[in-house]
Design a protein around this ligand. Sequence first.
Ligand SMILES: [Fe+2]
Ligand SMILES: [Fe+2]
Length: 379
Amino acid sequence: MKLKFNSDGKFKILLFGDIHEYYDYETSPNFKDMQKLMNAALDEYKPDLCVLLGDNCSSEHIADKPEDFKKMVEALVKPITSRGIPVASVLGNHEHDYGHEDEVVAIYNSFENVIMRNDAPAEITGNANFKELIYSSDGEKPVFCLWFIDSNNCHENRDISHYDYVHTDQIEWFEKECKKLKEMNGGKPMPSFIFQHTPVPEEYELLRKAHFWELPIAKRGFNSHSKTLYVGKKGTEGYVGEGPCSPDVNNGQFASWKKVGGILGAFFGHDHLNDFSGYHDGIFMAQHKTAGFRAYTDGCRTCVRLVTIDEKNPEKFTHELKRFKEFGLKCECLSPIFRTISDRQSLLLHIAGYAAAGLAGAGTLTFAIIKLIEYFGGK
Ligand SMILES: [Fe+2]
Ligand SMILES: [Fe+2]
């Protein structure tokens, strides 16, 4: 399959985070709602490529019933592939859960127009590290690279890190491949995006410690960041719904992007409530919340993101988020209150929930003291 820029010089990528489908998809109302979002987004945006950001389908019974898993993946990608649009996917931590990663990759790769494979030598960590090149609109030469990196599962030693990171051998393989691309590109780093499931620790650089008056909307950091409550910092767009669940160890992946050059943006799944984005040290990073309704979510805020690259000016790529209700869709799988309230009402409800929790506990004073301890304890 050869990806190439259109005659207007554009290439559109539609992103879906953490769909988390399960074997009951045929009767599942949340699968129907997810498909409504997928169909509406495909009709409106007509992308050139879709990307699934991992944790797509449970591989729980793949060893006993590989055909069932294959049917589930087929049902998931059908709205995309039936339109003749290619779809690439990374592996999420939950695709690693049952130890059948190679079977998962082989099943995805068995479908026409579905891209998931391992380009790295077998001894390199991970089961699906690969890249796809986008060719110029005349089809003559590759001008942009899309990297799909396997961010692995949880760390084998939770005292070191809850989630695993992209290992040193993966980073070395990536750097070697980037060197080849640079040679192919006349000595200049090829403009590139990274797609992977688990975010890099630098995502926290898009956040800052919350001021006291921001505590109702602040979110506690994850694991090694749990002493601090965060909000998006100036320049960060979108919603911070939870502390980013990145690895507790920084293994130098972001530094490697800076070293090789040309990495314009990185797109992550994994955190089902976050859809914030921004620049850190010249590299755009975007977090994708779930595009489904199966796993934990915040209701109709579920969304997709469109990224548009301009062949002539790749550094000026654009992106936009669109939520379920903004497509004019009606949700059937959620409880009535989450079906009907707006995003703004949902946020206000969240703030009210904090206040009510404080009042219902040991009173407003205790609530304020707890928040003060949380705030100052986070230094
Ligand atoms: Fe997930
Ligand atoms: Fe995940």
